[in-house]
Design a protein around this ligand. Structure first.
Ligand code: FAD
Length: 400
């Protein structure tokens, strides 16, 4: 039995634990936070490819239960004129529809599945070092504890310690050129036909998106170009001050954006869009990175979580099907790197582009680039085969 230590119990880590457990491995999860850590945090959309990935390790239903479906994306210009109404992903398939939910809710539901399936999860376990040897790998934690096993899966996010252990020269994340604001309000006027729709506003000063939950709460985000926010500014700026900062940027447009932000109380947050440069080293002999630790993209394509869920499936299948762990890690990287690095590139282009290019971004079947802040990666036959649990991973040999 191969013993796998998953570092990080976020979206990638919890998903990897579920997929690896399903594949028959002995898995433990080590999470730095002292608990599941509820916070209001950002919301995200899981695309059809992410929902497909969840289904492979039998976690699509609990996630679908807490998220609300989105089936259509409206794109409007700064004058409020509709430019496009685009069906999103596999909108006709109830369990593969896009879902919107808070990031913390997604983490919590996946962790609860981890516990329900009897996979040990240790909280307040902040990894500080990884030491590989010929026969195994040992991880140590900030509290002095340590653990040993056969493989470490680094799912410790954007500022990954596992990444820097794997490659001390690895560059950390860079600022992608936009500040990201997000908020929630129950006070904004919601259109009658809001159910199942996300509206993307191609504003004059910001990319703005909003959608209304079945409970009547408006979820919104704004992506605004400008210099990076310092940690000090983020800490000392109040939600009211951010509101005052955003309103003059949004007011010139004839769209609902400014009214939605004006109707938002303290549930308004700001952060920087960050991303990793393609080319990060992903694995050693007994250490491998997944999710944001390996390939964090700026949020414009809205694919980070879905890509992390895909990673979990492909890594578990690779380890299940390949003859040796080394061959498995090679196969995982070979199948994942082109797709996730394309997502980094497309997201960076969307983040900085003010062009009138109307060519769809590569690898997407979404509307033209400027019409979509969140293009839908194609859930094509190749991806379906790659994700399908019962189909051996191409280029590996399944044990008899
Ligand atoms: C504003 C914003 C909007 C976004 N919108 C979307 C969207 O709409 N759709 C989408 O798909 N994605 C979206 N994303 C991206 C998505 O949130 C990430 O891609 C996703 O959360 C990555 O998951 P992860 O598990 O790799 O990392 P994380 O979710 O960051 O989890 C990492 C975990 O590792 C733990 N950890 C860190 N260091 C250590 C350590 N040393 N030891 C042990 N544990 C550790 C952390 O506590 C955390 O639990 C958005 C991101 C942002 C910032």
């Amino acid at each position: 039995m191969v013993r796998i230590m998953v570092i990080g119990g976020g979206i990638a880590g919890a998903a990897a634990a579920l997929a690896l457990h399903k594949a028959g491995f002995e898995v433990t999860v080590h999470e730095a936070h002292p608990s599941t850590g509820e916070d209001i945090g950002a919301f995200l959309t899981l695309a059809s490819n992410g929902m497909r990935a969840l289904a492979q390790f039998d976690a699509a239903e609990p996630v679908a239960d807490i998220g609300f479906p989105i089936t259509t994306m409206d794109v409007v210009d700064e004058a409020g004129a509709q430019l496009a109404a685009v069906p999103l992903g596999e909108h006709e398939n109830p369990l593969a529809r896009y879902r919107c939910l808070r990031r913390a809710e997604l983490g919590a539901v996946l962790q609860s599945e981890v516990r329900r399936r009897g996979i040990p999860i240790r909280y307040a376990a902040r990894l500080t070092s990884v030491t590989e040897s010929a026969t195994g790998v040992t991880v140590t934690f900030a509290d002095g504890d340590s653990a040993s096993g056969d493989l470490v899966v680094g799912a410790d996010g954007l500022h990954s310690t596992v990444r820097s252990q794997l490659d001390p020269t690895a560059a950390g994340p860079d600022y992608a050129g936009q500040r990201v604001f997000y908020g929630y309000t129950t006070e904004a006027a919601a259109p009658d036909d809001a159910a199942g729709r996300i509206t993307m506003v191609r504003g004059s000063g910001a990319a703005f998106g909003y959608l209304v939950s079945p409970a009547g709460e408006t979820f919104w985000f704004a992506r605004v170009p400008g210099p990076a926010l310092t940690a000090e500014v983020v800490t000392r700026t109040t939600p009211g001050q951010w509101r005052d900062h955003l309103l003059p940027i949004l007011r010139p447009d004839r769209t609902p954006a400014a009214d939605i932000v004006a109707a938002t109380d303290d549930r308004l947050m700001a952060t920087n869009a960050l991303h990793l440069s393609p080319g990060t080293r992903w694995h050693g002999r007994r250490t491998v990175l997944i999710g944001d630790a390996a390939h964090a993209a700026s949020p414009a394509t809205g694919q980070g979580a879905s890509m992390a869920l895909e990673d979990a499936v492909v890594l578990a299948k690779a380890l299940r099907d390949a003859d040796t762990p080394g061959a498995a890690l090679d196969a995982y990287e070979r199948h994942r790197r082109p797709r996730v690095e394309r997502n980094i590139t497309v997201s960076a282009q969307l983040t900085t582009s003010r062009t009138t290019d109307r060519t769809p971004p590569p690898g997407t079947d979404g509307p033209p680039a400027r019409d979509s802040e969140r293009p839908a990666p194609r859930v094509d036959e190749e991806l379906l085969r790659l994700l399908d649990w019962d189909t051996p991973l191409p280029g590996t040999r399944r044990p008899a």
